[in-house]
Design a protein around this ligand. Structure first.
Ligand code: ZN
Length: 82
């Protein structure tokens, strides 16, 4: 379940990329807008924060442009599996 963060201002959802099939596209947990990591137009989402650990992208925090939810993407490192 996605109930960890008790953020007051805006809701925060967590998406685990290792649990997503395909190219990493997922629907916004709140409004259902399809968010594609390959879409860099910033029409559907905006990158709020990039968290790098040991020179590898570890987490990404996005903001859905439609409903303004914060979406935290995790699982980048696990996905690579070097
Ligand atoms: Zn949304």
């Amino acid at each position: 379940m996605m109930k960890k963060a008790a953020v007051k201002s805006s809701e925060m959802y967590t998406i685990d990329l290792t649990k997503i099939d395909g190219d990493g596209t997922f629907p916004c947990p709140k409004c259902g807008t399809i968010i594609s990591p390959d879409d860099e137009s910033e029409e559907t989402y905006q990158i709020v924060e990039t968290i790098v650990k040991e020179d590898e992208l570890a987490e990404l925090v996005l903001s859905c442009m439609k409903c303004k939810s914060k979406i935290r993407l995790v699982g980048f490192l696990a996905q690579k599996g070097s």
